[in-house]
Design a protein around this ligand. Structure first.
Ligand SMILES: [Zn+2]
Length: 208
């Protein structure tokens, strides 16, 4: 298994290929599929948004068996996301977890809408997601960013990624133990819909 640093480097170089338009070289062979049918060893876990424009395997130019991907609108963390990360970390020994947000995230925009113009009716399912994004957006609405919607959304996307990173780091005894032992690193990152580039921004290892 790779170290967290090696795993991060592999994601960085994959994303460089993707952003440069030279990715797409990792189509699985029949042999690879047969190898993977009996076991997997994903080198990273990615908790990303469901947005159709941000598929983790493609933006990191990785193939079958490389990434353990959890996708949910707004890359929020609730019990099932924690359980999925725990499963990958314990079962496969994946050394790296990346929370991957992205520019113009619809879940962040929907939360902003809900806070500034509450709808008469909102589904419980959608509210569950909005409630998890809400703290990141709410704090920023109380600053001068309130008057600058574009900057507000940009900051809220990053705050929401950081909130999910913190939640994963502190929301689980299993993950906490792996972090303390140095067997696991959790970093945040943001994908730019415009440039195709992923910027890692958490901690010394994730610093862009
Ligand atoms: Zn999104």
């Amino acid at each position: 298994m790779l170290t967290a640093g090696q795993a991060l480097e592999r994601l960085r170089s994959g994303n460089r290929r993707f952003a440069a338009g030279s990715g797409g070289g990792t189509v699985a062979s029949r042999l690879r599929r047969a190898e993977l049918a009996v076991g997997q060893e994903p080198f990273a876990v990615v908790l990303g948004c469901s947005d159709s424009r941000v598929p983790a395997e493609i933006v990191f130019d990785q193939g079958l068996g490389d990434l353990f991907v959890i996708r949910v609108a707004g890359n929020i963390v609730a019990a099932s996301q924690i359980g999925s990360v725990e499963f990958a970390v314990e079962r496969f020994g994946s050394p790296l977890v990346v929370v991957l947000g992205h520019s113009r995230c619809g879940a962040v925009l929907a939360t902003l809408d809900e806070l500034t113009r509450p709808a008469d009716y909102q589904s419980r399912g959608l509210l569950f997601i909005v409630d998890r994004v809400r703290p990141s957006v709410e704090a920023l609405l109380a600053t001068e960013l309130r008057g600058d919607p574009q900057a507000l959304v940009a900051q809220a996307v990053r705050a929401n990624v950081r909130a999910s990173v913190n939640h994963l780091r502190r929301g689980s005894r299993i993950l906490e133990e792996h972090l303390q032992d140095g067997r696991l690193v959790v970093v945040g990152a943001e994908y730019s819909l415009e440039s195709g580039i992923v910027e890692f921004f958490d901690g010394p290892m994730g610093a862009a």
